[in-house]
Design a protein around this ligand. Structure first.
Ligand code: ASP
Ligand code: MG
Length: 406
């Protein structure tokens, strides 16, 4: 391993000039320890949301190419300011856009995939002793169009650069101290995890624990890049995300998450015949709508009900499609419910321990919370419940598995 660190600073770590100066100091402190440094930054604070807001004031359906042109400017501002702040401390630094350092992507605007990174320019500058600062979230196609890597994409930039440069660690600086057993705002006793496996982090990230972009965790897993999530305001160890080790299996449950941004759709009395579900879900897939949980019961009358969940933002589009599809397959009707939440428990230990589901259901039952849907994977159990019970459910489950501070 070479003495090189990739550090990423998220938008919340650089909301103003004071914080940028603070980041510059931290970066320099690693330089003093003899590290080569590549620093990836996001846009300042909520810049990306503000830029997207501007676009939507112009038109309801902005071109994705132009959206990328627009939002990529956010990161260009932060890299330059951070370079200046480092200069001010008397150290050499140079900022680059994604295109300048050869982050080549495909042409799927707003969610582009990285195809290749040409590290020549970064290596040259590192060899000259400079701190290299790279704009996160962005790349360029072989036709030289600017692309972005999906929301939270600076995480992906950092993991990809860590891999390409053979970094010793990939540090992700944020405004929380690491990954927690639950959202501390909901469960005040939540504890910071010192380590967690990629698999668990992937579940946590995609279930709505907004610490890391799920795609970046997938890439880290693929190339076995350890990630250290930590606070940019404190000098403390955070959470290490790495390959699973035996000891991790002994922890039965690592965390509880909640997602309040889903809606449930039910199609009533769908004929119980081959090809019906295929037909309905094909129409939904064609509209690029993601489905999460699906539940279908046995039928006793030749017809059955199918329920599934979609992201809240996709609900209206999904309903239009489902109503049409349900007519085509001669179902009785369609209903929906926005007032739902999905609570989940995650843990590698579920593979080897039984009774986890029963304990989770029990915790809900004791609190008189009804379960509307259940789904499981190897290391996760999720329940759909009424939204107004969401926080209470998280606290109850968190307590049931003894996840809080000792
Ligand atoms: N600024 C972009 C976003 O807000 C990328 C990032 O923060 O990682 O999604
Ligand atoms: Mg951001």
């Amino acid at each position: 391993m070479r003495k090189l660190i990739v550090q990423k600073y998220g938008g919340s770590s650089i909301t103003d000039i004071k914080k940028i100066k603070n980041v510059a100091k931290r970066v320099v402190s690693y330089k003093k320890k003899g590290y080569k440094l590549v620093v990836v930054v996001s846009a300042l604070g909520d810049t990306t949301d503000e830029l997207l807001g501007l676009a939507h004031k112009v038109t309801k359906s902005p071109s994705e190419r132009e959206l990328d042109m627009l939002v990529s400017t956010g990161e260009q501002v932060s890299v330059a300011l951070l370079a200046m702040a480092i200069h001010k401390l008397g150290y050499e630094a140079i900022s680059f856009t994604g295109a300048q350092v050869g982050i080549i992507t495909d042409a799927s605007h707003t969610r582009a995939r990285i195809l290749n990174i040409n590290t020549k320019r970064i290596e040259e500058q590192l060899n000259r002793g400079k701190i290299v600062i790279v704009a996160g979230f962005q790349g360029v196609t072989t036709d030289r169009d600017i692309t972005t890597l999906g929301r939270g994409g600076s995480d992906l930039t950092s993991v990809a650069l860590s891999k390409a440069l053979g970094a010793e660690t990939c540090e992700m600086y944020t405004d929380v101290e690491g990954v927690y057993t639950a959202d501390p705002k909901i469960a005040p006793g939540a504890r910071k995890l010192s380590k967690i496996s990629y698999e668990e982090m992937l579940e946590l990230a995609s279930l709505g624990a907004q610490v890391l972009q799920p795609r970046s965790v997938e890439m880290a897993k693929k190339f076995n890049i350890p990630i250290h999530v930590r606070s940019s305001f404190l000098n403390k160890k955070g959470t290490i995300i790495s390959k699973e080790v035996k000891a991790m299996e002994e922890i039965i449950v690592s965390g509880v998450t909640v997602n309040k941004d889903e809606a449930k759709i039910t199609i009533y009395d769908v004929p119980d015949k081959p090809g019906i579900a295929a037909r309905i879900f094909k129409d939904i897939a064609n509209k690029n709508i993601n489905i999460d949980m699906i539940v279908q019961n046995i039928s006793r009358t030749g017809a059955t009900d199918i329920s599934f969940t979609v992201f809240g933002r996709d609900l209206n589009r999904a309903l239009t499609t489902v109503r049409e599809a349900s007519k085509k397959v001669k179902a009785e009707g369609v209903s929906y419910n926005k007032e739902i939440a999905k609570v989940s428990v995650i843990g590698l230990g579920m593979r080897s321990h039984s009774g986890i589901a029963a304990r989770m259901f029990n915790a809900l039952a004791r609190n008189k919370i009804n379960i509307e849907m259940i789904s499981t994977s190897e290391i996760k159990i999720s329940c759909v419940i009424k939204k107004r019970f969401a926080d209470k459910a998280v606290r109850a489950i968190h307590k049931e598995f003894g996840l809080g501070k000792k």
